[in-house]
Design a binder for this molecule. Structure first.
Ligand code: WT7
Length: 600
């Protein structure tokens, strides 16, 4: 990558600051001091395993709280007012840490009964419900590795993830099961199925030697007491599949030790305290929904809110008011959607309970920040991190002044910077690779069964290469600039162009497809596909719709192109690589640059 000075438009000339009162009651009152004295070894002491040497995150999240202050404290508030066959009045439930200990013991027992072993991978493919959280906790109890799958995924996406992880079992619902291609998954032995009103196929054995178990029936018979399986800090914790620019999605494996990072960042970045009601809006299908929807808040013993169902602005406002949410972790796209819904409806609700807001997933644009601050009285704080980093790395902190638009400063005990191709740190206002010094607690352990992919991140000695570009200003703030690969961020979700292209070429009309992210005000980027048609097919708006629908049905709704442009040929290099750089230039009507490597 050519290194250049950050374009003038990037460098804020008159930075607008968010100033904080001198004395603020934050868990980390002074960033500079915190950095100076910081040792991860000291954080380890907060965990029982530092004394007992017996490691299991479910003990640190649930059991140790259930045995003390958390016995009657609510761990999980769940609300989904949408009526369903099983819940005609919707759901409005509370689970204490003790309840979660019992329920996760039950599910752990069910898994043991069917011989699911320590470090087996088990997919959890469920809508956001208490059962999703209980399943993940139950898997941790027996030392298995959950593979959370976002509920919008369709068959092709499910097949890739289940076969790559060689999942031994899946927990899912009767309707989601239709998207699981059972005949193509030789490793899959058990299905734990949640009925949705009607009877399930309890204990049916399919012709494929896969056993079906009725989740609720099994849970009823199981014991509420099960000791966790003890492990070491290096044992696997969770696998999240995420996208890169080439190839299929990759399984990012984290280890138990990651909890040290989740815990401390939840304390200092989310600023969580014992009396908080915390709401992380992310689904556990994405890393934010586990690191900060499960591991961080619960290792701290904090009450968490989970909202089921689809995004609805007014329901979100209602949730904040109903639960008196005090700390809120969400994403720029969500803020922008609330903003586009209008300010009038915000007037009907009270946001007085809110004392801290954080944002993640894409750059938080100043307009959205100012709007949220105006409506709630609290400015959202940026947090930058990735599936691979497992925890927040570059942030703005509750106690510190920050510049609107800046991504923030490295978390104490971590070091992030901007470097050139050789790994040399660059002077202020110079654009370069955004990197993190290797060795923070929740750095991914491996890319599942893919050492070469793992090694790509560590090409520059001593650094983890994020794939983002950034620059640092003279005050030490890091400013995110963009991606340097073809990964697309759409509505905060990470989509790999290759996965979408692979889905597109399955359509009978599509000869070739090239996919890019196109800048969009609401979603950050939308997915745009350039398509050349097979002979015999004519370009039409109907065909565009049909092709987009095809991706929606086979891969996932969020990965379906919102825009399609037909072209004569998709530009490729002589070795057959799609030149997405050229597609981006076409899209923006800009010069295509150097095309000497393009095929004739
Ligand atoms: C990519 C990682 C881990 C949280 C969810 C995203 C982009 C993330 C920010 C931010 C600008 C951001 C980066 C990063 N990103 N946070 N505060 N400002 N960009 O995890 O799906 O693994 O995506 O999201 O491009 O590389 P992810």
């Amino acid at each position: 990558m050519a290194i250049k000075t950050a374009p003038a438009s990037f460098v804020q000339k008159t930075s607008e600051w968010v100033r904080k009162p001198k004395r603020i009651d934050a868990n980390m009152p002074d960033y500079a001091k915190a950095c100076k004295n910081f040792k991860w070894k000291n954080v380890e002491k907060e965990f029982d395993w530092s004394r007992t040497k017996k490691v299991n995150i479910v003990h640190e999240m649930i059991d140790r709280h259930a045995a003390g202050i958390g016995k009657n404290r609510v761990a999980l508030y769940f609300w989904d007012p949408t009526p369903s066959a099983l819940y005609p009045k919707g759901r409005d439930e509370k689970y204490t840490f003790m309840d979660l200990k019992k329920e996760s013991s039950r599910f752990g027992g069910v898994l043991k009964k069917y011989k699911i072993k320590k470090q087996d991978r088990v997919a959890v493919f469920l809508p956001r419900t208490p059962e999703l959280y209980i399943s993940i906790l139950g898997l941790h109890r027996i030392g298995a590795i959950p593979v959370p799958l976002f509920e919008a995924f369709m068959e092709a996406a499910i097949e890739d993830r289940l076969s790559d992880s060689e999942a031994a079992a899946i927990v899912t619902t009767k309707s989601l099961l239709k998207r699981v291609p059972l005949g193509k998954l030789p490793h899959l032995k058990h299905i734990f199925i949640l009925a949705e009103g009607e009877a399930s196929q309890a204990n049916d054995e399919t012709s494929l030697n896969i056993q079906m178990h009725d989740y609720h029936q099994e849970m009823e018979q199981a014991s509420t007491q099960l000791e966790p399986i003890w492990m070491t800090v290096n044992d696997g914790l969770v696998i999240h599949y995420t996208s890169g620019s080439t190839g299929k999605s990759k399984g990012v494996l984290h280890r138990q030790y990651a909890m040290v990072g989740h815990y401390q960042t939840s304390k200092w970045v989310l600023d969580l305290r014992q009396d908080d009601v915390y709401w992380c809006t992310a689904d556990p299908g994405w890393v934010t929904g586990t690191s900060y929807g499960i591991y961080g808040p619960w290792t701290l013993g904090i009450s968490s809110v989970v909202l089921g169902g689809r995004f609805q602005p007014e329901r979100w406002y209602q949730a904040i008011e109903k639960y008196q949410v005090s700390v809120w972790y969400s994403a720029p796209t969500a803020f922008r959607m609330l903003m586009s819904h209008g300010e009038a409806s915000t007037k009907k609700y009270s946001f007085k309970s809110l004392r801290h807001i954080c944002s993640v997933g894409e750059p938080l644009n100043p307009e959205a920040l100012r709007w949220v601050r105006k409506v709630t009285g609290v400015a959202p704080h940026e947090t930058w991190w990735m599936t691979e980093t497992g925890m927040q790395i570059i942030c703005n902190y509750r106690s510190g002044d920050f510049k609107i638009g800046a991504t923030g400063k490295p978390f104490p005990g971590t070091y992030a910077s901007v470097v050139d191709d050789a790994g040399k740190e660059l002077p202020p206002n110079t654009l370069g690779h955004l990197v993190v010094r290797t060795g923070w607690p929740s750095m991914m352990k491996e890319i599942w069964k893919n050492k070469p992919k793992f090694d790509e991140y560590f090409r520059i000695k001593g650094w983890y290469l994020s794939g983002d570009t950034a620059y640092k200003d003279k005050d030490g703030f890091i400013w995110f600039a963009g991606r340097e690969d073809d990964v697309i961020k759409t509505a905060g979700e990470r989509v790999g162009p290759f996965e979408v292209e692979s889905a597109l070429v399955q359509h009978p009309a599509v000869a070739e497809a090239g996919v890019i992210g196109k800048p969009d005000k609401l979603r950050g980027h939308i997915i745009k596909a350039f398509i050349s048609l097979r002979s015999g097919f004519g370009a039409s708006d109907n065909l565009k719709k049909e092709i987009s629908e095809f991706v929606r049905k086979n891969l996932a709704a969020h990965a379906a192109p919102r825009e399609i442009e037909f072209c004569e040929r998709v530009p490729k290099t002589r070795s057959g690589k799609i030149m997405r750089r050229v597609l981006r230039a076409w899209d923006q009507g800009l010069p295509v640059g150097d095309i000497s490597t393009m095929e004739e």
